[in-house]
Design a binder for this molecule. Structure first.
Ligand SMILES: Nc1ncnc2c1ncn2[C@@H]1O[C@H](COP(=O)(O)OP(=O)(O)OP(=O)(O)O)[C@@H](O)[C@H]1O
Ligand SMILES: [Mg+2]
Length: 330
């Protein structure tokens, strides 16, 4: 498939902080590609460089056939952006917000209205076209922003945390729009998220980002298959070292990681192995509190690569603050 984005060793430093630390990847035309990682991983900084809003410290990228450093204007004409923080004008109607954008992008007057109507239809906001955006719900605003990002028919749409702060139901709704517009307009989509299910549901391929680096990149299925079986989490009250030591010699366990009182094992047909694990623990006098088995999710793969969950570091505190701000500005 044709490559529409090629990123080579891209880095961004803020003082001594390496916010983005030498990342490389390619995106195919028509693909939905995801950058998944915790708060502060460097997702927005990456998007800002690819959309020419921020100059890289080093490295390069070709976006829609143009170099982000030497050709930023040509890049900008061919991309649409939906920012992480809301950026609509609350005092304008939905239609006016899109109109403002269309003028900014020099869409000729005779085509403007038709294009705006098409986009409002795509995100199902035709009946709200003349309502002030301050009276839109959070989900409606997000849909309008997505529609706005598409007004000038970009080849690539960048979505930075498209569903942040939305309730689960609205989130699913937005997923359907994103997937629908990708299919109907063939627009390439690159999105960032720290919602595991979002990346899993929407993305053809996902890059895990942590501390400014890509630690894994593949289709969600391959990433999950890579773990080599089910996750068996053993909660140990006493004797963690003893059990870990013996389990490390067991050949049907493909990997072991430790998190607090938990030993997490990757095991094929995990349910059949639980009795054996219990036996091994008993034989060494280890006290097991509980055992839990589940099929791997992208979260498990992320833990496998980084030793931590996606939401562990700052929890969702930043999201709460954002929603708070958004509500206050409404
Ligand atoms: N303009 C800036 N000046 C200094 N540091 C910055 C700046 N922008 C981002 N950073 C830092 O760079 C790191 C990466 O930030 P970035 O916003 O790219 O993360 P993110 O993955 O988008 O996180 P989130 O999930 O919270 O949106 C963070 O440590 C952040 O504090
Ligand atoms: Mg961000």
């Amino acid at each position: 498939m044709k490559e529409i984005i090629k990123v080579s060793s891209l880095s961004k430093e803020f003082g001594t902080l390496k916010a983005v630390n030498g990342i490389s990847f390619s995106v195919s035309e028509g693909e939905i590609f995801g950058l998944l990682g915790p708060n502060g991983a460097g997702k927005t900084t990456t998007i800002k460089m690819l959309t020419t809003l921020l100059k890289p410290t080093s490295g390069s990228a070709i976006v829609a056939g143009h170099d982000i450093k030497s050709d930023p204007n040509d890049v900008r004409k061919r991309i649409g952006i939906v920012f992480q923080d809301p950026s609509l004008d609350d005092d304008l109607t939905g239609f006016e917000n899109l109109q403002f954008h269309a003028i900014l992008y020099n869409i000729p007057k005779n085509r403007r209205e038709k294009r705006i109507s098409e986009m409002l239809r795509l995100v199902e906001l035709e009946d709200k076209a003349s309502v002030l955006v301050r009276n839109y719900s959070g989900g409606m605003k997000r849909r309008l922003e997505i529609g706005r990002g598409l007004v000038h028919e970009p080849k690539i749409l960048f979505l930075d945390e498209p569903t942040i702060g939305l309730d689960p139901q609205t989130r699913r709704h937005i997923w359907d729009y994103i997937s629908k517009l990708n299919k109907s307009t063939k627009t390439t989509i690159i999105l960032t998220t720290h919602y595991i299910e979002e990346a899993d549901y929407l993305c053809a391929r996902v890059a895990f980002v942590d501390h400014g680096r890509i630690v894994a990149l593949d289709t969600p299925k391959n990433l999950k298959d890579m773990l080599g079986g089910d996750i068996v989490s053993v909660n140990i009250e006493e004797g963690m070292e003893r059990l870990e030591k013996v389990l490390r010699t067991v050949k049907w366990i493909s990997s072991i990681s430790r998190r607090g009182n938990l030993l997490e094992l990757n095991v094929k047909e995990g349910e059949k192995r639980i009795p054996e694990i219990v036996k091994l623990a008993d034989a060494r006098g280890v006290n097991i509190g509980s055992i839990n088995l589940h099929k791997p999710s992208l979260e498990d793969v992320f833990i496998h690569y980084t030793g931590k969950g996606i939401r562990e570091e700052e929890g969702n505190w930043k999201d709460v603050m954002r929603m708070h701000r958004a509500a206050r500005n409404r």
